[in-house]
Design a protein around this ligand. Structure first.
Ligand SMILES: C[S@@+](CC[C@H](N)C(=O)[O-])C[C@H]1O[C@@H](n2cnc3c(N)ncnc32)[C@H](O)[C@@H]1O
Length: 239
């Protein structure tokens, strides 16, 4: 990745819309947030959460997240939604998973032959329950880095409609000193207060499970010139 750090920062500091930015990052392999290990939140805290088949899990803004495969191997039905096609194709090829490409409700979908893992190539905010149904589990890691301030309510309301009555929603957000003058330019920090506003006390119980400064785990973050990038992992469950 180091070789592409320059490319990453040059794209991040160029003002462009989200689609152009992520298209540039994925097409130049400038995607330093990618990992090939299970996220520590799932590794250390998921055993008591009954994440078992036949449950359905939704992964918004999924990229080619390793966790898509982890949930699939556990036997769950997995649905990812990703704006850019490159990581979707990359996910299936890097994990040597056979796939078919189809169109469902006007959206391009990559799916395994057993239909238990699907990734929609779409703006997540254009997804509806008619497209994907409802979910028992949500795995939401760092999606909100790319959600504009005036779209946060739409984002959380959409997720509320996509959860079944009983759900487990695992959410990782990042807090850091603002990078750009424009607060809508990626990456966007989301405070705990803002998360509580988005999901609210009426809809769920929201428990902060842990927080960690991840700057040593993702050294490219030092390139932003900040000392702290705090990852906060929350567990949201029904009231
Ligand atoms: C920081 S990455 C996180 C990826 C993934 N959640 C993970 O844990 O590896 C954000 C991802 O969201 C995708 N994305 C950005 N805007 C999106 C949107 N409106 N709808 C769906 N995906 C989007 C980007 O292409 C990128 O893959």
């Amino acid at each position: 990745m180091d070789g592409n750090c320059d490319q990453f920062f040059s794209a991040i500091y160029t003002k462009s819309d989200n689609k152009t930015l992520y298209d540039t990052l994925w097409s130049t392999d400038a995607t330093p947030w990618e990992t090939s290990e299970l996220n520590h939140f799932l590794r250390d805290y998921s055993s008591g959460l009954d994440l078992c088949p036949p449950k359905r899990v939704l992964v918004p803004f999924c990229g080619n997240a390793f966790e898509l495969k982890w949930f699939y191997e556990k036997g769950l039905e997995v649905v990812g939604v990703e704006l850019i096609e490159i990581p979707v194709r990359k996910f299936f090829t890097q994990h040597k998973l056979a796939f078919e490409v189809k169109e469902l409700h006007g959206k391009k979908v990559y799916e395994t032959p057993d239909k238990r893992l699907k990734i929609y190539v779409s703006d997540f905010l254009d997804i509806t329950t008619d497209d994907v149904g409802k979910f028992d589990v949500v795995w939401d890691r760092f999606a909100q880095l790319a959600v504009k301030l005036n779209e946060r309510e739409k984002y959380s309301n959409l997720l509320k409609t996509l959860c079944k009555e009983k759900f487990v929603y695992l959410m990782c957000t990042l807090q850091f000193e603002q990078i750009h003058d424009d607060p809508d330019q990626i990456p966007i920090s989301v405070s705990h207060e803002e998360s509580r506003k988005m999901y609210g006390d009426d809809w769920c119980n929201m428990k902060l499970i842990f927080q960690k400064n991840i700057i040593e785990d993702f050294p490219f973050l030092k390139g932003y010139g900040r000392k702290e990038f705090i990852e906060s992992c929350f567990l949201l469950t029904p009231k």
